[in-house]
Design a protein around this ligand. Structure first.
Ligand code: FPP
Length: 252
């Protein structure tokens, strides 16, 4: 088991301290900057993505250790299909390799490996890897790791609206019952809390079609470092800043 610090009130690191009683339940991360990280080193972009997986590995472990309940990682957007085929293939391969190499440790540490997005459009090998990982880990009780692959917020909403429409037509639900809670139940994140904080490294400050519905009241945290350089200390800094925010959810 990874060390659990949960019982301590404060996690004090070299860079900041974290109140262990106020850990965000759901963290979303837009893992940006792999390409620029590689370019800076005169390396191929795919090496940047590989380095991105190393960063991801550490962040998943850290989230699990400190008691984050949901971590959603934006791995491949519905728009990323427009990238050169060799980059798309490399990202798909990295997903399969990650699940293969990390599954045992994630499983031992009680992680549920879930996916969000339309995975039916992914290569069969990716679909199988994601489905197997989910089937084997679905009864775990620790961190829920949402791997967003072929995910787009707009596509997710269209998928949900189509299903809602279908269920209205078949009389499973009633038009008058349509409300925010009902819509949320038709999203890939049904049953999960909305992200408390969305982290985006690499200097960009936009949502890029990530968790559009769910991020209505998320706090945002940006950093100039590229994703492959993102370490546990940056996660701690993001959580530290999050804990200082005054979340009013439209109230006063
Ligand atoms: C954005 O950086 C990053 C991506 C589109 C891919 C992120 C994917 C991974 C880190 C690996 C996925 C694998 C698993 C196991 C989830 P960019 O390429 O747009 O960087 P740039 O803006 O600097 O070009």
């Amino acid at each position: 088991m990874w060390n659990i610090f949960k019982k301590k009130k404060l996690l004090i690191t070299d860079d900041c301290s974290i109140d262990m009683n106020n850990i965000p339940k759901h963290i979303g991360i837009i893992m940006d900057g792999n390409g620029r990280w590689a370019k800076k080193r005169k390396l191929p972009r795919n090496i940047g993505h590989k380095a991105g997986v190393e960063a991801l590995r550490d962040v998943v472990k850290e989230c699990s250790k400190i008691g984050v309940k949901y971590l959603t990682l934006y791995g491949f957007s519905t728009e990323n299909w427009g990238r050169p085929a060799d980059e798309v293939n490399a990202l798909m391969k990295l997903l399969v390799e990650y699940l293969k190499s990390e599954f045992e440790e994630l499983y031992k540490n009680d992680v549920v490996i879930n996916n969000i997005g339309d995975i039916t459009k992914l290569p069969l090998i990716c679909q199988n890897a994601l489905n197997n990982a989910f089937e084997k880990s679905k009864n775990n009780k620790g961190l829920v790791l949402n791997l967003a692959f072929n995910y787009g917020g707009r596509a997710e909403l269209i998928m949900a609206f189509k299903k809602i429409n279908e269920d209205i037509e078949y009389g499973k639900i009633n038009k008058v019952d349509l409300d925010e809670k009902l819509v949320a139940n038709y999203l890939y994140t049904a049953g999960m809390p909305d992200p408390d904080i969305i982290i985006r490294p690499s200097g960009e400050q936009r949502l890029s079609n990530f968790l559009l519905w769910q991020s209505a009241y998320s706090e945002f945290w940006y950093s100039d470092i590229y994703w492959p350089d993102f370490k546990a200390k940056h996660l701690h800094m993001a959580i530290h800043d999050y804990q200082k925010r005054d979340r009013r959810f439209g109230g006063i």
